[in-house]
Design a protein. Structure first.
Length: 367
């Protein structure tokens, strides 16, 4: 049976916590068409912590005005509103921007869902962990046991391996919305273009690229009425999330298109095969580097990144040729040998780019 937070036990006694918060954490709760569970969560957070609370009404409409009015009455709560539903990512960015402007002294933000999936006690624990080490991301990770719907368990298992490969972070719960975000991560989050659930996947890309330390803490797994209150759109939102992970493949495909088109244009102009190949390859290198830096790994960089990338291009070219020669000895079909060699180099290139080229500072660690 799904577990529910106890209604008779507060998340924490206010006497157990200081009335002032020298290392201020701000709670951020994006909300779309909530139930009274939102007000219950806010009241429990207030019992357990004096920290400011920011809620974002993501275009829920007039029918939900009364719930938000009650939520706003919880002491220390600020209500922000979007005129229309823009998506969870947009709501989070709205809240983060407000917090950076109105609470510049805060050391971090704890995000939590409004649909009852996060117990107040767990939200407070994440805040405590973030306060103890404000340079580290804290993930509240659910445990997917036999009492969790099968599709959720299966989806989490698949996504763990996919996220682990494409992003390089080993997380037991890739989709958790309960996160403690350090101050240093907030401004980069505002530059994320995604506005829906894929926003949280983009956060993981930034965490990996900047090598920000992180930890996971176990939290209660709550599914109410088989998670019917969730506004997640399985097909569309999943497609958008996985597109974030498949950008490298898309960038590689566009690179090949640029190479071929440039080669064809140069051949039409000069009829010189060697020159046309060289021009096409130079354009392809520039296109791929730009796409990888700006749209795949989302990290700015200078000469170091460029030199590492050019070195990889040179090495992978040699490796690809050597592999083709070896494979051709086993499979006497040149095209098949090239495809197999390029597939192996493709995987190697991605892993090298992910872990060595497009990375930030050297403080990555999992606690």
């Amino acid at each position: 049976m799904p577990t529910m937070p106890s209604e008779n036990q507060p998340a924490a006694s206010s006497s157990d916590r200081p009335l002032t918060d020298a290392r201020q954490i701000v709670f951020l709760v994006p909300s779309y068409q909530p139930t009274d569970m939102l007000c219950d969560l806010l009241q429990r957070l207030r019992l357990g912590s004096p920290s400011p609370i920011v809620i974002v009404d993501d275009g829920s409409g007039p029918a939900y005005a009364a719930i938000f009015a009650r939520a706003k009455q919880v002491a220390g709560t600020t209500l922000l509103s979007n005129a229309v539903n823009l998506g969870k990512g947009a709501a989070l960015k709205h809240g983060i921007n407000h917090i950076l402007v109105s609470h510049p002294e805060c050391i971090g933000v704890v995000t939590a869902d409004a649909d009852g999936q996060h117990a107040a006690a767990d939200v407070l624990r994440v805040a405590d962990e973030l306060r103890a080490d404000p340079d580290r991301v804290v993930f509240g990770s659910r445990r997917f046991g036999s009492d969790v719907p099968l599709r959720s368990r299966l989806g989490n298992t698949v996504s763990r391996y996919i996220y682990g490969f494409f992003i390089g972070l080993s997380l037991s719960d890739t989709q958790t919305g309960l996160r403690g975000l350090p101050r240093r991560l907030l401004e980069p989050c505002l530059s994320i273009r995604a506005n829906r659930y894929e926003f949280e996947t983009e956060q993981l890309v930034i965490i990996k690229a900047r090598r920000i330390r992180f930890q996971e803490i176990p939290i209660e797994t709550i599914y109410i009425e088989d998670n019917r209150s969730s506004h997640f759109r399985p097909l569309l939102d999943s497609a958008q999330i996985y597109f974030v992970l498949l950008r490298y493949s898309a960038a590689s495909l566009l690179t090949e298109v640029a190479d071929i088109l440039t080669f064809a244009t140069a051949m039409a102009w000069s009829s010189d095969l060697v020159l046309s190949n060289a021009i096409g390859r130079l354009v392809a290198i520039w296109v791929q580097f730009t796409l990888l830096q700006r749209f795949v790994f989302r990290l700015s960089g200078g000469v170091r990144i460029l030199l590492l990338y050019l070195g990889l291009v040179a090495v992978s070219g040699v490796v690809s040729t050597a592999l083709q020669v070896q494979i051709a000895g086993l499979i006497p079909i040149p095209v098949a040998a090239k495809i197999m060699a390029e597939a192996l180099v493709f995987v190697f290139n991605f892993l090298f780019l992910r872990d060595f080229v497009f990375t930030g500072s050297d403080d990555a660690a999992r606690d």
